[in-house]
Design a protein around this ligand. Structure first.
Ligand code: HEM
Length: 124
């Protein structure tokens, strides 16, 4: 039939590609993360997940300095010590690039701290 041979509209192709990218979860070794430790390429490990924050350096409300100090390593403790909001945690997803390899994962269990006095966790 005539319509069956029509190419897909461009938008459809783009949407499919995005979906494929999102479903391909990568696994990184700590050794590899270590080499992304400056403003040219800034990776962080937070809760055993790997984030590429290179493009976020300029936008981070806490400044780029603190991110660069942690770059290439595990910044879970620093991240939780600050007490990041739930908004900040939502934003993180934009920079997630994969998981840390199981052999390199930290077994420390950090409690998510969403701010002073746990203001966003209070239910009553
Ligand atoms: C992908 C990772 C990160 C994201 C998306 C992120 C996002 C944010 C956001 C949105 C804020 C504003 C306050 C809030 O909403 O909680 C903030 C503040 C801040 N962040 Fe981050 N952050 C990240 C990683 C880190 C790390 C690893 C550190 C390490 C020390 C850090 C230190 C700070 C500091 C010091 C502030 C300022 C707090 C204040 O002035 O009250 N952040 N961050």
């Amino acid at each position: 039939m005539h319509f069956a041979t029509r190419p897909l509209p461009l938008d459809c192709v783009t949407v499919t590609q995005h979906r494929n990218m999102a479903s391909q979860k990568k696994v990184f070794r700590a050794e590899e993360v270590k080499s992304h430790k400056d403003s040219k390429s800034t990776w962080l490990i937070i809760h055993n997940q790997v984030y590429d924050v290179t493009k976020f350096l300029d936008e981070h409300p806490g400044g780029e300095e603190v991110l660069l100090e942690q770059a290439g390593g595990d910044s879970t403790e620093a991240f939780e010590d600050v007490g990041h909001s739930t908004d900040a945690r939502d934003l993180m997803k934009d920079y997630l690039i994969g998981d840390l390899h199981p052999d390199d994962q930290s077994s420390k269990n950090y409690q998510a701290n969403t701010g002073p006095l746990g203001r966003e966790q209070k239910t009553r």
